[in-house]
Design a protein around this ligand. Structure first.
Ligand code: B12
Length: 389
């Protein structure tokens, strides 16, 4: 097939055939954005304000994230793909019991399950337009592409006040993937309202449910999340101590947080996805906190194999489980957190287990242990508990 990359004089080719083929691969939505103008998203200001916490990898690729021509020289189009992970089969978390997982985590790792379809999507560009493998790049999440802003430009949805890319068809429950290509496709239009296009909250109206519901007050403005305060960052990306002042707000959220997504009224229109590029692990939602607090490394590896939770490692999961236990008010968990505080090899786990033990009213049982503890992380927890409140 002869190369058909769209004309240099601005002529663009119809995206119709590519869209149909990519939908057939299992993507739930396929939209096209013109790559010519770099994004104006205030990413630099966000980074300069330190809102990325310790995710320093974001600072190393700022220019590329905003300008796809730095990813693929001569890029003309960013193809944005959505994978709907809403499922009616997954009940909402029980209002009073059990740890709560971000919905996306109750699947095998989406990076792994979407990747083969992205490779096939690249072949579609080669097949239909004679693209060669150097003239496009495909990413899901981990590439240097600011996916939500490109998706907004492509009209896949609009940027909500919760910073999510919200689709009128799929609500908040969309994974995003991107293809940067030299082919000039006719772009799709962004979502508009009467006043403007592409701004934060285009179709949010006066609604502020997400901003009001955030359990740790992580929004500094509509559309702006301070990752340092975000439960998702603290329970997934942070590899160290979770700040004490944020722990109560984490509540029962053991991995990630969907609160600003769950409360969004646009989810009313969300139909279940086709799930073609996903592998559900809804069984994880049935795990009791008591079972998690006693996981052995072998059992952890077996249960969380292929899920995104495996990247947290057992120590990270136990850290989070201790925070949830401390918030639970469930005295039956006291012996379990007490054992972790006394015996676990990781100071990170011991530190959070000490906190949980005090929160569950068992602090006095740790008096002897507190004098033996040498690790500064854990000692700090004892010292904080000893301070007058
Ligand atoms: C770093 C990161 C995080 C960080 C930081 C989140 C954040 N808000 O920036 C943490 C760990 C906290 C996180 C959490 C989550 N994440 Co995340 N994350 C990313 C990642 C890798 C980069 C995002 C980034 O660059 N952030 C920097 C900010 C500045 O950019 P932004 O949020 O994209 O841009 C927004 C603002 O600039 C604002 N904006 C635009 N113009 C303007 C103009 C003005 C004036 C203002 C004020 C603001 C504004 O709107 C932009 C779009 O939302 C992307 C994947 C990717 N490659 O893009 C996934 C991604 C954004 N995450 C995703 C998901 C699913 C989540 C969680 C729901 C996971 C969970 N359940 O726990 C939460 C949601 C938290 C939230 N409300 O944002 C999805 C979002 C899908 C969607 N439909 O929107 C993505 C796209 C991954 C994917 N491929 O599917 N994430």
């Amino acid at each position: 097939m002869k190369a058909d990359l769209g004309g240099d004089n601005g002529t663009a080719v119809s995206p119709h055939a590519v869209r149909e083929r990519l939908l057939a691969l299992g993507f739930d939505d396929v939209r096209f954005a013109a790559a010519g103008e770099p994004l104006k998203t205030p990413l630099r200001a966000w980074l300069a304000a330190g809102m990325h916490a310790d995710m320093d990898w974001l600072t190393r690729t700022v220019d590329k994230r905003l300008d796809p021509a730095l990813v693929v020289p001569g890029a003309r189009t960013v193809i944005m793909l959505g994978v709907n992970y809403w499922s009616d089969a997954l009940p909402r978390p029980h209002p009073a019991a059990g740890p709560v997982w971000a919905r996306y985590a109750l699947h095998e790792d989406y990076h792994d399950t979407i990747k083969p379809a992205l490779l096939a999507a690249g072949k579609v560009l080669e097949d239909l337009h004679g693209a060669n493998a150097d003239s496009y790049r495909c990413y899901v999440d981990t590439g240097p592409v600011l996916e939500r802003s490109w998706a907004a430009r492509a009209g896949l949805g609009f940027t909500g006040k919760n910073a999510m890319l919200i689709s009128r068809r799929h609500g908040n429950w969309l994974f995003l993937a991107a293809m940067v290509t030299r082919i000039a496709f006719t772009p799709d239009a962004p979502v508009r309202n009467r006043h403007h296009e592409g701004a934060v909250g285009t179709l949010c109206g006066k609604c502020t449910r997400c901003l009001d519901a955030c359990p740790t007050a992580a929004f500094t403005a509509p559309g702006v999340v301070d990752a340092r305060r975000c439960v998702s960052y603290q329970t997934i990306e942070n590899k160290g101590v979770i700040p004490r002042e944020l722990r109560p707000g984490i509540g029962r959220r053991i991995y990630g947080c969907d609160t600003c997504l769950e409360v969004c009224p646009w989810n009313r229109f969300a139909a279940a996805g086709r799930q073609l590029l996903l592998a559900a692990r809804h069984d994880l939602a049935d795990l009791a906190l008591a079972d998690i607090l006693v996981l052995s490394p072998e059992r952890y590896a077996e249960v969380f194999r292929r899920t995104p939770i495996k990247r947290l490692k057992l120590t990270g999961l136990l850290r989070n489980a201790c925070v949830v236990a401390g918030n639970s008010g469930d005295r039956a968990l006291l012996p379990l957190v007490l054992t972790l505080a006394r015996t676990h090899a990781s100071p990170l786990v011991r530190a959070h287990a000490v906190w949980a033990t005090f929160r569950l009213g068992g602090g006095a049982q740790l008096t002897a242990d507190s004098t033996l503890e040498r690790d500064p992380l854990v000692r700090n927890e004892y010292e904080q508990e000893a301070l007058p409140t």
